[in-house]
Write a protein that binds this ligand. Sequence first.
Ligand code: G3P
Ligand code: MG
Length: 249
Amino acid sequence: MEKRTQIWAHRGYSLKYPENTMLAFEQASIHGADGIELDVHLSGDGVPVIIHDNRLERTTNGRGWVEEKSSHELRQLDAGSWKGAEFSDCRIPTLEEVLDWVVKRAPYMTVNLELKRSRGNPSYDRLAQRVLSLVKQYRMLEKVIFSSFQHPLLCILKEMESQAQTGLLVAEPIHQPWVYMKHWKANAYHPDYRLLDLSTLEILQAQGIRVHVYTVNHREAAQKLTSAGVDAMITDCLEDIRDALEEKN
Ligand code: G3P
Ligand code: MG
């Protein structure tokens, strides 16, 4: 049977709903996503929270650095109005809240946790430890793929838990990425889709390395990538990309 490319909702269904909120994740599930991608930072009191930027201004009504606020302070913020007045009830979720929801409501989903670096202190160990401990507590190790642009962070995480699945995010061309992947003991390659060529895809997959591309918002690109056999694509435009793939089949 032909392998199907999975569709993962980037920051949830972020084209239509406020990114990285429970609403965006719920809508991703309603609209048929096979997985969700979400960005994780640590709050000042060490709680893994879901937000993309390390500052609050773009997606909330707060100001300042995420890492300098307690999880309680972050919880008070409106994380939806920037996208539309009707979303003013949306809050910054904790990772625990998301995992709890996945386990109860969408256990089939793959969860791609992108670990973000804090501003001043990289504190990789603390972030890796906290995130890993929650994922294990919710028995989600098999459904989670940890990704990051900070490749040493993924290495630390893998040393803490050898069963953890890791994916290296890449925004610049890499020479022979399969060699690089082996060096970091990674399970998957997460490139900007425009960096991927077919022969690289073939070599990676032949070596057992999965390929998950970001952020595919164009129908034609999505159709080409699925024909080429990428394992998953991360998109903002969930319904449009899903339709494009169905149309092709
Ligand atoms: O995981 C893919 C993508 O989310 C990486 O970039 O900046 O959207 O988190 P960014
Ligand atoms: Mg991300």
